[in-house]
Design a protein around this ligand. Structure first.
Ligand SMILES: NC(=O)C1=CN([C@@H]2O[C@H](COP(=O)(O)OP(=O)(O)OC[C@H]3O[C@@H](n4cnc5c(N)ncnc54)[C@H](OP(=O)(O)O)[C@@H]3O)[C@@H](O)[C@H]2O)C=CC1
Ligand SMILES: O=C(CO)COP(=O)(O)O
Length: 337
């Protein structure tokens, strides 16, 4: 396959999806801001900071010149944490042409505006086709060659088809969806519950409890989706339940690891510093709690987690309080308001 592709962001996920496309024969340019790291990637074919020991294709070239990376690319994937996403896209937008496909891989929400990353792409680059890639995609497992799949969501069917052609490989499948909001919201919300799962794992909870937590997380996510006008049925796919399961189960998830560290008695600052990579769920928890308060959405798990994470509430007291809540019905999430 001969396509020219740009990936903005040289972290673990940006690097690993860039490499899938490079191994498929695409000419991929990876933009990162650290010149020494770019040079090392090009010399040694390894991103030793984020994916040590993983050999990168020679079709993948790292570069710190944003204009040179974006120029001439058919598709531009943006793998920048939500906290810097707008700033990086604002830098790139002047060199973009309207036919270039823009795809966010970022599972987060902008602080203050509650904009998802596709909203930012559409706002800053209104003439470009926009899509979102989201699914159970732990970067280190993809690097290790484990089979997985993701969802490419866009209102633009040509974008979906093209991304499927570029990304599908012997170990990676891309399924299409036109529900951009549902796909993006699922990937964003599940990070909150991955923190809760990591925390509960550190407390030594049983398998029943883990299963209950994931299932009630899905119910809570779906309640939030309905209140926000999204389709909760999309959460039954790879970008919803698929990503929820992996992120709530694996110690490779950074959000799970933050929760685990909190459960071991570390402070939020210690947990985040020790991680050294982005854990989007910490900011998402803050933003979702605010939305839930403003819109009166019943989210006991997110509310309780917020108290533990940001107000140092004792976990056992928070759990006891949740267990004494009014008995509720199951599967209420599939009923739109
Ligand atoms: N890792 C994973 O398993 C998956 C991650 N994702 C999503 O992908 C997104 C990106 O995450 P991921 O690659 O994992 O993150 P990492 O923490 O691994 O890396 C973040 C990358 O973004 C770069 N960056 C941060 N701020 C800026 C900026 N202002 N300008 C330029 N570069 C910047 C960092 O550069 P520097 O090193 O110089 O600080 C680093 O290369 C996240 O939102 C995550 O939710 C999605 C699926 C799986
Ligand atoms: O989204 C992910 C896997 O699909 C990665 O999760 P973390 O950001 O928690 O590592």
């Amino acid at each position: 396959m001969s396509a020219q592709i740009a990936v903005l962001g040289g972290g673990s996920f940006g690097t690993v999806i860039a490499n899938i496309m490079a191994e498929n024969g695409c000419q991929v340019r990876l933009w990162l801001r650290d010149a020494a790291r770019a040079k090392a990637i090009n010399e040694h074919h390894e991103n030793s900071r984020y994916l040590p020991g993983f050999t990168l294709s020679s079709n993948l070239i790292a570069n710190t010149d944003l204009a040179a990376v974006v120029s001439g690319a058919e598709a531009v994937f943006v793998s920048i944490p939500s906290s810097s996403f707008r700033q990086v896209v604002a830098q790139a937008k002047d060199v973009l042409r309207p036919e270039q496909l823009l795809i966010s891989t970022t599972k987060g929400v902008e602080a203050g505006t509650f904009a998802l990353m596709s909203d930012i792409l559409t706002e800053l680059c209104p003439d470009n086709p926009v899509g979102v890639l989201s699914g159970p995609n732990l970067a280190k497992e993809i690097a290790a060659g484990h089979i997985t799949a993701s969802v490419i969501a866009s209102k633009n069917h040509v974008l979906c088809q093209r991304v499927q052609q570029i990304l599908c490989s012997k170990s990676f499948r891309a399924y299409a969806s036109d529900d951009v909001f549902g796909v993006e919201l699922g990937g964003t919300l599940k990070n909150i519950y991955a923190i809760a799962s990591g925390l509960s794992a550190a407390l030594g909870v049983g398998e029943n409890t883990k299963s209950m937590l994931m299932t009630r997380s899905l119910a809570e996510m779906s309640r939030f989706a309905v209140a926000e006008g999204a389709n909760p049925m999309t959460f039954l796919g790879l970008s919803g339940i698929g990503d929820l399961i992996v992120t709530c189960s694996s110690s490779l998830s950074r959000n799970y690891r933050v929760g685990f560290a909190l459960g071991q008695g570390k402070t939020l600052q210690q947990a985040v510093e020790e991680l050294g990579e982005v854990a989007e769920g910490v900011n998402t928890l803050k933003q979702v709690r605010q939305q839930a308060i403003e819109k009166d959405i019943y989210m006991p798990l997110a509310m309780g987690l917020y108290e533990v994470v940001f107000n140092q509430a004792p976990v056992k007291e928070v759990i006891a309080s949740m267990m004494s809540n009014q008995p509720n019905v199951d599967v209420e999430f599939s009923v739109p308001r």
